[in-house]
Write a protein that binds this ligand. Structure first.
Ligand SMILES: C[S@@+](CC[C@H](N)C(=O)[O-])C[C@H]1O[C@@H](n2cnc3c(N)ncnc32)[C@H](O)[C@@H]1O
Length: 159
């Protein structure tokens, strides 16, 4: 499994603790250093590497599952095609990408809220994807109360 934009690695560490083989990537070296320290402290076998989400093909690897928790929604509309193509380059045929992003289904939305239509437009059959499900979810942030912000959990299959 690939965790794209893993930050300090909490999600990658959780999935690895369940026994899956996980690579977490991020551009932020400081975040990766924290993630590696947590892995060592917790005794969890997980790999972290510096990589740009727009150039994932440089990893030279492919993944059955990719997780994007809070990365997709940071990109502007004109950046999304490049990111989606980069994801396509590392996702196995019939593999699954999970995107958790801020939704526009307010109130109290996060910054850069994403609509269902924007998700389905970004991950279309013409770019190698089928959106299997877009479900309402919540995402915790540092700037919302404990209820978090409205989000989508999108399940997207690589054609
Ligand atoms: C909102 S944080 C989410 C972190 C983590 N996934 C989580 O759920 O806690 C977004 C992360 O994406 C990373 N990021 C932003 N642009 C990136 C890029 N082009 N390539 C890789 N990581 C990127 C940031 O450094 C940051 O760690």
């Amino acid at each position: 499994m690939l965790d794209a934009g893993c930050g300090t690695g909490e999600n990658a560490l959780h999935v690895a603790s369940l026994g899956l083989s996980v690579l977490g990537v991020d551009v932020a070296e400081t975040a990766l250093a924290i993630a590696r320290r947590k892995a060592a402290e917790r005794g969890i076998d997980v790999e972290f590497a510096t990589a740009d989400a727009f150039q994932l093909e440089r990893l030279g690897r492919r993944f059955e599952t990719v997780m994007d928790c809070g990365l997709f929604h940071t990109f502007d509309g004109d950046e999304r095609p490049g990111y989606v193509a980069s994801l396509a380059s590392v996702t196995e045929h019939d593999g699954t990408v999970y995107v958790l992003c801020f939704s526009d289904d307010g109130p109290n939305t996060g910054p850069h809220p994403i609509s269902r239509e924007q998700l389905t437009a970004a991950f279309s059959p013409s770019t190698g994807w089928n959106v299997a499900a877009i479900e309402p979810a919540r995402v915790q942030t540092r700037f919302h109360d404990e209820d978090g912000a409205p989000a989508w959990l999108a399940t997207i299959k690589r054609i």
